[in-house]
Design a protein around this ligand. Structure first.
Ligand code: SF4
Length: 71
C-alpha cells in the first residue's frame, strides 16, 4: 500500500459523518486519541478547558501513524 492511500477514509478506525453539512469529515475511534490523557507519547491528547465535553473530527484525506486498513 502506498502512503497516499493511508488516510482516514480507508482506515479501520474511521466512521464518516452522516451529516450532509460535513460530508468529508468523520470520527476516529483509535485509542491513541485521548481526552485529557497527557501521557501518550505516540498519541494525541485533547481537552476542553470548560470541562464540558471535547471531541474532534478528521477529514477523509487526513492520516496518521496508527492507520490500519479496513478489512
Ligand atoms: S488514520 Fe489515524 S486519525 Fe485517521 S482514522 Fe486511522 S487512526 Fe484515526
Amino acid at each position: 500500500m502506498n502512503k497516499e492511500s493511508e488516510h482516514c477514509e480507508k482506515c479501520l478506525y474511521w466512521k464518516p459523518d452522516d451529516r450532509k453539512a460535513t460530508p468529508h469529515m468523520g470520527s476516529c475511534s483509535s485509542e491513541k486519541w485521548e481526552e485529557g490523557d497527557d501521557d501518550i507519547p505516540d498519541g494525541v491528547s485533547y481537552a476542553d478547558y470548560e470541562g464540558y465535553m471535547a471531541m474532534f473530527k478528521t477529514g477523509q484525506y487526513f492520516g496518521c501513524i496508527h492507520f490500519e486498513v479496513k478489512p
